[in-house]
Design a protein around this ligand. Structure first.
Ligand code: PLP
Length: 401
């Protein structure tokens, strides 16, 4: 009898397992460990959103919905996006079961095996691995931690990015504000990149989940990162994926959306049918309330995280940490401080030691691609008190090294 192996596809076998998980698994369930490893707001979803889900359940909203989402939510999202960016109609918006599901759907929509996808790294591991599941080739353009100015800052060398966008490139994936560095692409660079992608027919995939979490924005200005949606036509080769997770404190709800050219919508509907069929109806009902009445939540998170970011940045810039080789930039967006440790070559081993010896849970830089090696990510969506405890533990650990 012919022998058959029982393994998954080679593309799946070669996916990298999450190193953030590897560290977290070493410390989860230990009450003495302070967890700053995952990218998750520390507050529960506000009452009025939870109430909306409960009310929907009480009225029996327990059935499948339209593949692309309930019309009222698509309309609400179209209004929300139109206010933030440019006018867009609901026929460009599809509701998805999370931001990460939206990313997988884009990959399924557009990527053939062997297609070249360019990404800017360090980057959230899911964004690096998802195109590979479809057999695409992923090419990285690394950000640089510039220490030329008084403040260290993560920067993109635009020429390097444009050089990587060879004529056979299928898509460019930009996550701005970026997880893990907080790097936030500014309008001038976006315009050049958009023009270049237009000229060469390259799809621009924008992961905008952190667009509302921006700091140092002048009072009275909209709290939203510059977006390709501000400058692109709604029917060109630009897809934006987004999520309820970070803007409205809804990580566990698994609700997201995407904006696409209408030419993709029918096929997207088919893919949603064959992936999840639809997002849960009562979750979508809660989503409507979040979008329509969630302004204060965004403002509240920005105020908290600004304070947390400033605190952590100032602490990690103290001489005791600088002398230990820590270079800490002040992130412009998202909710992470991604600091480098001079001379460090094994951030995974270091993070495991921090868990076991110091009770401090951080994410190793190497989880975000090889370009992240030597750095560590600290999620600052937390209280100052907890951050202070974490800083003290890091200081004690360094003292003993
Ligand atoms: C860059 C980035 N994109 C997308 C997501 C997906 O968010 P969710 O699947 O919770 O909607 C995350 C979550 O951490 C992220 O960091």
């Amino acid at each position: 009898m012919k022998r058959h192996d029982t393994l998954s596809r080679p593309a799946v076998q070669s996916l990298v397992a999450s190193r953030i998980r590897e560290v977290a698994n070493a410390g989860m369930g230990r009450s003495d460990v302070l967890p700053f490893w995952f990218g998750e707001p520390d507050e529960v979803t506000p009452d009025f959103i939870r109430e909306a889900a409960k009310a929907a359940l009480d009225t029996g909203d327990t059935f499948y919905t339209h593949n692309l989402g309930i019309p009222a939510l698509r309309e609400a999202l179209a209004c929300y996006v139109s206010e933030l960016h440019q006018p867009v109609t609901a026929d460009h918006i599809a509701v998805t079961s999370s931001g990460v599901s939206a990313l997988m759907l884009v990959a399924q929509l557009l990527l053939n095996p062997g297609d070249r996808v360019v990404i800017v790294t360090p980057l959230w591991p899911n964004l690096i691995e998802i195109p590979k599941i479809l057999g695409a080739e992923v090419v990285s353009v690394p950000l640089q931690l510039s220490t030329q100015r008084t403040d260290p800052i993560w920067e993109l060398d635009l020429d390097q990015l444009l050089d990587a966008l060879t004529p056979n490139t299928k898509a460019l994936l930009i996550n701005s504000p970026n997880n893990p560095t907080g790097w936030t692409m500014q309008r001038a660079q976006q315009q050049i990149v958009l023009d270049y992608c237009r000229k060469h027919g390259i799809w621009l995939l924008a992961d905008d989940v952190y667009e509302r979490l921006v700091y140092d924005v002048p009072v009275g200005t909209r709290t939203c990162a510059p977006s390709f949606l501000d400058i692109a036509d709604t029917n060109e080769r630009v897809v934006s994926t987004n999520s309820f997770s970070k803007s409205w404190l809804m990580t566990g709800w698994r609700l997201g959306w995407m904006q696409v050219p209408t030419s993709l919508m029918a096929d997207l509907g088919k893919l949603i049918e064959y992936n999840t069929s639809c997002a849960p109806g009562f979750v979508q009902q809660a989503g409507i309330v979040a979008v329509e009445r969630g302004k204060d939540i965004v403002a509240h998170s920005i105020a908290r995280y600004t304070e947390a970011r400033n605190y952590l940045y100032e602490q990690l810039s103290r001489p005791v940490f600088r002398e230990a080789g820590i270079v800490a930039p002040r992130p412009a967006g998202a909710m992470y401080l991604f600091f480098r440790i001079e001379g460090e070559t094994d951030s995974l081993a270091l993070c495991k030691r921090l868990v076991s010896e110091a009770g401090l849970g951080l994410a190793p830089g190497s989880a975000f691609g090889p370009e992240g090696e030597g750095a560590i990510r600290w999620c600052f969506a937390s209280t100052i008190e907890r951050l202070a405890l974490g800083v003290q533990r890091l200081e004690d650990f360094i003292g003993k090294r």
